[in-house]
Design a protein around this ligand. Sequence first.
Ligand SMILES: [Ca+2]
Ligand SMILES: [Ca+2]
Length: 97
Amino acid sequence: MRTQTLLTAMLIGMATPAALAGPAADFRAADANGNRQLEFDEFRVFVDLRANGGNAQAKKVRLFKAYRLALGKVDYDGDGIVTGDELIRFDRANGKS
Ligand SMILES: [Ca+2]
Ligand SMILES: [Ca+2]
């Protein structure tokens, strides 16, 4: 009974929008090759996921297909790849924790 309750709680936890949405979850979902970095194609997926999640900035990027431009803004070290740290830095710079 206790195990079942715990399992149910875990399943419910995983199914809530709060657990599924959010930049961290989108990052993991977009990182197709699992190297914890977003290459350009993955970054495009990431932006689309953020747009689907209602992120206004991402919606604009999607609307104008400005993925390259957006990547350039987030890619602080200019290696063409977006890391979690760069995304966090970008969000902070834009006033979103
Ligand atoms: Ca990747
Ligand atoms: Ca980079």
